[in-house]
Write a protein that binds this ligand. Structure first.
Ligand code: ATP
Ligand code: MG
Length: 402
């Protein structure tokens, strides 16, 4: 009997339910994202039910592949493998022993939900009727607050969905509902985590990477491509802007004291990122900075760097410790990519002890000797914008990072 049942994945959301009038808009994004995420894995149909999204599977064997994809879709709070039986409680009783036989539980609850109110038996009555049935069958007791096993039953007009263990998703909002952000993506550990956090809040992340090729090799570019491709599994279309910084760096090293170089690099990066963000329709800049982690991340230096931006600069990791960020990056699967060695543009021509308390007047004076606008324009003109394809490289630990 079990082999002949149709199998579905039932997806439930958290906050989306709370969004009132916006709910259809969120659900539409979630449905579209789930459709893209599971393309090619054996899903025959993605459909929207009452407060849930369903994915019909070609057959049960595709569940592991589909579930890997669904888990990485933001907006999914939890999901289940569900079996569809005809709308008949006697058939439910026929198949239940087959499902319960190999499960070990001392207590249980039945959670019925009658989406089709034309079904003549109320949810309460179903709970009571099946509760007695399962109690007699297994000897387990009913526990409504903390059961070992929860048996879910959704009565739809087309069939009854029967499901058991939940799989946790990351929650959050479907990518696309919050608009675009431009992420400054280094090859390091932090910025991919920052991008992930914003994607989790419904933003589509665009990426900008600064490199010093040909002063150094292309290793940081390759890492940025790899990181963006890995992150693309959450949003299905990503652009990566590769910006050459070497001409600007050459100008900075001949005219500024070493202690100020990183700050000047950063101010140029932000100016260029903001232009690229506007050109690509992004509404904010995102960085992986965390307070006090390195010299450029003191409050004074952040203020001096922010002074060149009109757009908000979002720093989702600002209050996190490095260990916390590392743990998140392991969970996301980007850590293995981030720790590969590279030749990062910001380590070029900088001293061991850079300025930690930069003063805006000093920086402005130093920049007065540079053709700032021309340098920025040239860098934008020489930027290569790439579309990246999804790669699922990097060890996925299976840990939830939310
Ligand atoms: P990360 O691990 O993200 O590189 P970090 O601890 O190395 O961070 P910094 O190198 O000071 O810190 O960089 C701070 C932030 O500035 C990064 O998180 C990133 O958003 C941005 N950034 C730094 N270097 C680059 C780069 N080459 N291209 C784009 N953005 C950069
Ligand atoms: Mg870095």
């Amino acid at each position: 009997m079990k082999a002949k049942m149709k199998t579905h994945v039932i997806v439930k959301t958290h906050e989306l339910a709370l969004k009132g009038k916006n709910r259809p808009w969120f659900m539409r994004h979630l449905v579209n994202n789930l459709r893209k995420a599971t393309a090619g894995t054996g899903v025959s149909k993605v459909w929207q039910g009452h407060m849930l999204v369903g994915l019909s599977l070609d057959d049960e064997s595709v569940w592991p592949a589909v579930s890997d994809r669904v888990r990485e879709c933001f907006g999914v709070a939890k999901f289940f493998k569900a079996y569809e039986v005809p709308v008949d409680l006697d058939i439910v009783k026929e198949v239940l022993p087959g499902f319960l036989g190999d499960r070990n539980f001392q207590s249980f609850r039945i959670s019925a939900n009658r989406a089709d109110k034309r079904f003549p038996v109320t949810s309460e009555e179903i709970n009571r009727d099946l509760g007695t049935f399962v109690k007699d069958l297994t000897g387990a007791r009913v526990d409504l607050s903390n059961p070992d096993l929860e048996v879910f039953l959704d009565v739809l007009s087309s069939g009854i969905l029967l499901y058991f263990e939940e799989v946790r998703g990351h929650g959050g909002l479907p990518v696309g509902v919050s608009g675009d952000v431009m992420t400054m993506l280094s090859g390091g550990i932090d910025s991919p985590v920052a991008a992930w956090q914003m994607m989790k809040r419904g933003c589509r992340a665009r990426f900008t990477h600064f490199h010093s090729y040909p002063l150094v090799d292309r290793s940081s570019i390759e890492k940025a491509v790899e990181l963006a491709s890995h992150l693309n599994q959450h949003q299905f279309a990503s652009s990566l802007s590769l910006v050459p910084l070497s001409d600007i760096q050459k100008q900075i090293i001949v005219s500024t004291p070493p202690a100020y170089r990183v700050i000047l690099y950063r101010r140029f990066m932000v100016r260029i990122t903001e232009i690229l963000a506007r050109l690509q329709g992004a509404k904010a800049i995102v960085t992986g900075e965390s307070c006090g982690q390195v010299s450029s991340q003191t409050l004074e230096n952040i203020a001096v760097i922010d002074a060149v931006a009109d757009m908000p600069i979002l720093r989702p990791l600002i209050g996190l410790n490095k260990e916390e960020i590392v743990q998140m990056s392991r969970g996301m699967g980007t850590f293995a990519i981030s720790i590969q060695p590279d030749q990062d543009c910001c380590s070029l021509f900088v001293p061991k002890h850079p300025e930690t308390h930069a003063r805006l007047e000093t920086v402005v004076k130093l920049e007065a000797g540079l053709a700032v606008d021309e340098l920025v324009e040239a860098a934008v003109a020489n930027t290569e914008v790439r579309e990246v394809a999804t790669s699922r490289s990097g060890a996925y630990s299976g840990a939830s990072v939310s």
